[in-house]
Structure formats: C-alpha cells, structure tokens
Design a protein around this ligand. Structure first.
Ligand SMILES: Nc1ncnc2c1ncn2[C@@H]1O[C@H](COP(=O)(O)OP(=O)(O)OP(=O)(O)O)[C@@H](O)[C@H]1O
Ligand SMILES: [Mg+2]
Length: 285
C-alpha cells in the first residue's frame, strides 16, 4: 500500500485547504448498485485471482474461493510477498481482479463502473494501514471529518460525527491535536476513527500494529476487538500470530494461495471453524 493508494479513499483538498467535493458527488450520485438479496455473505470471492502484468507477469493471487460472513473477524496470515496486500487491495476495491467475481454485500463488483466501485467503497469499507496516512496540517477532527465528503454530509455534521468517533476510540481529549503531537498509538486511533466515520460494514486492516510497540499494539487491537463485538466485520492482514489469534478464524496465504487455518511454520490439518463463512481450496489448474 502506497501513499498514492491512500489518496483513493480520501477526499480532494484544495491548495487553500478547503475540501473540493463537487466532483466526487457528481461521480457517485448516479451510482446506486443493485443488490442480490439471495446473498448472505458480506464478502464472497469466486475464482478471484490477480496477475500483475509485468513484464514479467506476476501471479500474486491464484484463483480462490472465499466467503466471509457478516460480523466475522477473520485474520489473513502470511509471510512477506505472499499476496496479503494484493488480496486486501482487491477486497477494498482499490484494485480489480484479473479473474473471477467479487461479491461485496450482494453487489457484483466485477461488472461495476469505477464510479460505482467508489460509491460502494465509501459506503461499506473502512481501511486501516500500517502507516496512518493522516494529513499532518489537519487536526484529528479534520482528518476524520474529511473522510465523510464522499457521503454528501454537510460540514457541520461531518465534524460532529468526527468528534463522536474520536471519543469512541478514546481520543475525546485530543480533538484539536495535530498528528505530529500525537503518539503512534493515538495516530492509529485517529485512523480507526476515520475508518469508522461512514459507518462501514467491513473494516479492512493491513498490519495496523506494524509500527507500534507491543503495549500500544495491544490497546489498538483491543479497540478493534470491541468494534467487532459491536457487530463490525473485521478482516485483519498480518504476519504476526499473536495478532491473528485474536480473530475468530484464520486463513493462511502463501505464494498467492489461500488455506483455511493458521499454517505458517507448520503443516497442521485445519480444524473446522464455527463462523458463518467458508473457504474452499484454490481450484485445480
Ligand atoms: N504492482 C505490482 N507489480 C508486479 N508485482 C507486484 C506488484 N505488487 C506486488 N507484486 C508482487 O506480488 C507478490 C505479492 O505482493 P504483496 O504486496 O501482496 O505481498 P504481501 O504479502 O503484502 O507482502 P508484505 O508482507 O511484504 O507486505 C509479490 O511477489 C510482489 O513482488
Ligand atoms: Mg503487504
């Protein structure tokens, strides 16, 4: 995930510092996707694969089947280069797969125009990355409030929501602080508040504690646990087994292939998980 990728989920800010949301509304207003009422999984991947064109082409994600039920907490565990971020970028509608179909909350995203994908992303998905991607000259409240531009919410209400979300993550006393005056854990809390501002169904996390010491990481993970307990679906990408163990269910990724269970470093037979989602082995080539 790069700084450029992060801008995809942030509103446009003019040189003067005001938010330019006109273009965003123009693009998303006509984009109300159809819902398939038969679908119950929040995430459903059917043969989804990703090959970067290269040269040479890199098959970063082999065609996979994956279902994540509404309200699940799933960890995706794998070593560096295994395809974790590739998968997250696809799930977050930041990239489109080169094969297969991705259903998000009943919406077939594979046939959508980019404007519809943008709308769906803004409505359904909150992101947390290892780097916090905060605007350094904006206060905590402004950083959170700006994420709501896509929703067409008036400025005053945006700021009110931002304050509520910052209070929710324990930063009610630092509403006007600039990111440079916050600790690493506090910055990540601002990022969590920003991810929650639009009331997403799905929280996508890519190594959110990678830049934090273990004590601060525990506190951030406890906040994510609480959000999950409140009904949020969480997908946690990590190479850290301790982080993965907080999830209800782990899926291992290695060389672009998914397997149910936490298999890094051993070859245990996967056990059945109690959650509503299921994972099927990649199809035989
Ligand atoms: N834009 C790209 N073009 C070509 N290959 C890419 C591109 N992005 C990633 N890859 C390759 O795809 C594979 C998976 O990369 P990915 O970033 O998904 O790994 P990761 O599991 O997130 O690793 P890390 O833990 O180091 O972040 C790697 O071999 C990587 O080199
Ligand atoms: Mg990565």
């Amino acid at each position: 995930m790069t700084e450029d990728d992060a801008t995809l989920i942030l509103p446009t800010v003019t040189a003067e510092g005001s938010v330019d949301d006109t273009a965003v509304f123009a693009r998303v207003e006509d984009a109300r996707p159809e819902v398939d009422p038969a679908s119950r999984a929040l995430i459903e991947l059917d043969g989804v694969g990703m090959t970067y064109p290269g040269p040479p082409p890199v098959e970063a994600l082999k065609p996979v089947q994956l279902k994540v039920g509404d309200g699940e907490y799933v960890a995706i565990v794998g070593p560096s280069g295994s395809g974790k971020s590739t998968l997250l970028n696809l799930l977050g509608l930041l990239d489109a797969p080169t094969s297969g179909t991705y259903w998000l909350d009943g919406h077939d995203t594979s046939t959508m125009k980019e404007s519809m994908r943008t709308r769906l992303r803004a409505d359904k998905i909150g992101f947390i990355f290892q780097s916090f991607h905060l605007m350094s000259h904006r206060t905590a409240t402004e950083n959170v409030a700006m994420s709501l531009v896509y929703q067409g919410i008036p400025r005053r209400r945006r700021r009110q929501i931002a304050r509520e979300k910052l209070e929710l993550v324990g930063l009610g006393h630092r509403l006007d602080a600039l990111p440079t005056t916050l600790s690493g854990g506090e910055r990540q809390r601002v990022a969590i508040a920003r991810a929650l501002a639009a009331e997403p169904s799905l929280l996508l996390c890519d190594e959110p504690t990678g830049n934090l010491d273990s004590h601060t990481a525990d506190a951030v993970l406890a906040t994510i646990d609480e959000l999950h307990s409140g009904g949020l679906t969480v997908l946690m990408i990590t190479h850290d087994h301790d982080v993965a163990e907080r999830a209800q269910r782990a899926v291992t990724i290695r060389d672009g292939e998914l397997r149910e269970g936490n298999h890094i470093g051993d070859e245990r037979v996967p056990t059945d998980h109690p959650g509503p989602g299921t994972l099927v082995m990649p199809r035989a080539q």
